[in-house]
Design a protein around this ligand. Sequence first.
Ligand code: DAH
Length: 339
Amino acid sequence: MLAKIEKLLQDINNISASNLEELEALRIKYLSKKGAINELMADFRNVAADQKKEVGMKLNELKSIAQDKISTLKESFETQDNGTSEIDLSRTPYPIPLGTRHPLSIVKNEIIDIFHRLGFSIADGPEVEDDWHVFSSMNFAEDHPARDMQDTFFIEAHPDIILRTHTSSVQSRVMEVSQPPIRVICPGRVYRNEAISYRAHAFFHQVEALYVDKNVSFTDLKQVLLLFAKEMFGPDTKIRLRPSYFPFTEPSAEMDISCNICGGKGCPFCKGTGWVEILGCGMVDPNVLELNGIDSKVYSGYALGMGIERITNLKYRVNDLRLFSENDTRFLKEFEAAN
Ligand code: DAH
């Protein structure tokens, strides 16, 4: 009996078929009711009692090997393209790994979230803009250097259609269609004609905030700035405001935060000063309110604008701006945990 099993096992290990019909014939020969294996099974009752255990095991083993062999061969025929089946081009060629959120989106969402909790809602505007919304309505003088071709990408010369150089244009878009109280944040992409390097890019991202109502004061602005800095960079963060100039705010300031890398002690990142600049801000210039249809005798407001790349660099110490737009998944994967 054992010898017969051994012989069958050898036969089965060597079977081959060139088509499904041949395979079916083999299946009948070995595995059907009257097949070779079942015949052996029928003989099993004649096996001596002391051999039953060993023979039984071998028989079972033989049967499962035969079944595996036949079904593997069958599968190989079924998956073969025999010219009649259509190729399914929508099938995934290999497992696609799950993507991760882009670091700039993570930081943008965090900024939006902080301002959302303060009652700001999101406003949007076009990236291809006209001169009026980017410059004139924002109180830029006719000969202001920012209008220069060296900074601005022009799409059409007459009328001036350009790529917006800052999200302040959305301030104008909002004010021209609504009256105070206005409390909006405007995240978006902006463009400047810069040579691309590790510290400058031809496009980057900003978030603008605008608050216009009765009796809005510089104190309100400072309070919001302090709260934002603490929420974004941790409760020990300090802020300082330095006088500055922007055409659309008066007075204007730039805000520094205590360097979150050295904690204010001084390090190469903050060039030993203990402070890093993160945004521009100020009280909305009354001219800007008037140019956009808001009565500056009744209303006042504050505005602020920051670069998302800058904030991201501070939070995650990315020191080459180009990494943000290269789509290198090894870089993007590093932000998986922050999602
Ligand atoms: N638009 C300015 C820029 O692109 C940033 C800015 C500064 C926005 C001061 C503001 C502001 O709203 O009040 O550099």
